[in-house]
Ligand binder design. Structure first.
Ligand code: PGA
Ligand code: ZN
Length: 397
């Protein structure tokens, strides 16, 4: 049984307060986890409250229903109680940040009681041996850096890597090579919130540099490294048009054509949120056009919500979904989205947020739920925490 839940404010990677939870059990189990925080958040995400407010609300409404009442290892029960204690469908009472911190800390305490690693506890005995391919943000702008690219993220995708470990180091090499290429061009090497380079260059130039860097490192390492994008297009969408700084705006049809053209020209492995977060239909048009070769992924489109994913499945909107536990509030809800996706041929990409802590839960979630991809940055400390954990898991499993 859970005997204690402590909640506190800790720093995230942007220097903002976020919620950390400690869960202790009767049999001596202990789990600690912290909520991440987005900047380019989806309109339909569960609600993040100011950390002190979320803590006060969770202490009043959720903690008394869990302590002495629920087993930490019974994740569905823990998450069901969090939902019931909140009473809304978007965690606006206790905050999705408090909910997800408690949900993840309980999972870790449950694993601790079993003496099992978290990925094993989450995935169970018959978990497959699939490991996620890490997608690494190497150049970016959008909401994550000022005076940089329009496109939020250019992601290295080491699809041919023989192991997670080699994939992790490949992304780091691409990141390092891009710095050299930028310096050769005399471009300043600022960094964005996730540690990607945030140079003051246009998207066209960024495509060229990332293409060159991934090709060179692929040649050096002897396996395929592609690249992809998170366009976070909902952030560009204004009055029916996609607004690009320093370029003409694009209509929805022009945006679809532009993305399809770039996908063919650069053989993109992955494109996330190429269109507005409410346009299931335009997503479907693009997926029709390029979805056989390329992962078209919904982040703000789905916000890890099974109902929105169901709509996307019915409309053929995408072949991939981004999974962010804090977008929906609990690990159970995140796993439900992964599983609904898997049943329908939708590939999951378990993801960090732009505001992160050293918490490593998403590495375990991706392995435990057999997600084919994970997106967790490249070389900043709060990102390497997850990547290094993946390396350790690969060694154990
Ligand atoms: P966010 O961005 O965490 O700032 O929302 C990440 C993403 O859009 O994937
Ligand atoms: Zn995104």
């Amino acid at each position: 049984l859970i005997t204690d839940i402590r909640l506190r404010r800790v720093l995230d990677s942007r220097g903002n307060p976020t919620v950390e939870a400690d869960v202790t059990t009767e049999s001596g189990g202990f789990g600690r986890a912290a909520a991440p925080s987005g900047a380019s958040t989806g309109e339909h995400e569960a609600i993040e409250l100011p950390a002190n407010e979320a803590i006060a609300q969770a202490r009043e409404h959720a903690v008394p229903r869990l302590v002495g009442e629920v087993y930490a290892g019974d994740q569905r029960e823990v998450d069901g109680v969090l939902r019931a204690a909140d009473g809304t469908d978007n965690f606006s009472e206790i905050g999705a940040n408090a909910a997800v911190a408690i949900s993840m800390a309980a999972a870790k305490a449950g694993a601790d009681v079993l003496g099992a690693p978290l990925y094993q506890h989450l995935g169970g005995t018959f978990r497959g041996d699939q490991f996620p391919t890490p997608l690494g943000n190497v150049v970016g702008g959008g909401e994550h850096a000022a005076e940089a690219t329009n496109i939020q993220e250019f992601l290295s995708a080491p699809v041919g890597a023989p192991s997670v470990t080699e994939a992790v180091f490949a992304n780091a090499k691409v990141h390092a090579r891009i710095k050299e290429l930028l310096e050769d061009e005399g471009v300043p090497t600022n960094k964005g919130d996730e540690g990607a380079w945030a140079p003051p260059i246009g998207d066209d130039k960024a495509f060229e540099i990332v293409d060159q860097a991934t090709s060179e490192i692929a040649d050096e390492l002897g396996f395929e490294i592609g690249f992809g994008l998170d366009m976070a297009a909902a952030e560009m969408y204004e009055d029916g048009e996609y607004v690009y700084d320093g370029e003409d705006n694009r209509s929805t049809d022009e945006q679809i054509e532009y993305v399809a053209e770039m996908t063919r020209e650069y053989d993109l492995a992955y494109v996330e949120d190429p269109l507005d977060e409410n346009d299931f239909e335009a997503f479907a048009d693009l997926t029709d056009e390029v979805g056989d070769e390329t992962l078209i992924c919904g982040d703000d489109l789905y916000v890890t919500n099974v109902e929105r994913l169901q709509t996307g499945i019915e409309q053929g909107s995408s072949n991939s979904i981004l999974i962010k536990p804090n977008q929906i509030g609990t690990l159970s809800d995140a796993v439900d989205a992964i599983e609904l996706g898997a049943k329908n041929g939708i590939q999951s990409v378990v993801s960090h947020r732009s505001g992160e802590t050293e918490d490593t839960t998403i590495a375990h979630l991706a392995v435990g739920a057999a997600a084919p991809y994970i997106k967790t940055g490249t070389v900043a400390g709060e990102r390497t925490a997850k990547l290094n954990e993946l390396i350790r898991i690969e060694e154990q499993a």
